[in-house]
Design a protein around this ligand. Structure first.
Ligand SMILES: [Zn+2]
Ligand SMILES: [Zn+2]
Length: 93
């Protein structure tokens, strides 16, 4: 079974491109593009959008980095009190 995920070319909505070909396609399509300049998403170079703020609300790559960051903060704050206890001279053992 061969199944490929398709994405819509940001420069021409009529282009349906296999996702793994998107980076190359975008480079080619960008050269022929004559519309308003699109911003490149920091989190995935194949995301080209006019309104980056709007895009980040739904960008799965950006949302994933926020998730990871939140997890790291949660882990850090859980470790911190233990370290404080360890530095406490009154700690039993
Ligand atoms: Zn295209
Ligand atoms: Zn994005």
């Amino acid at each position: 079974m061969s199944y490929y995920e398709f994405g819509i070319c940001p420069y021409d909505k009529t282009h349906r491109i296999m996702l793994f070909r998107m980076p190359k396609h975008i480079v080619k399509c960008e050269k022929n593009y004559r519309g308003p300049p699109l911003k490149i998403c920091k989190y995935n170079a194949t995301h080209r959008v006019l309104d980056m703020e709007e895009h980040l609300k739904e960008c799965p790559y950006y949302l994933r980095t926020i998730d990871n960051h939140a997890v790291q903060i949660a882990l850090t704050s859980r470790i911190a009190p233990i370290q404080e206890d360890g530095n406490d001279a009154n700690t039993p053992l």
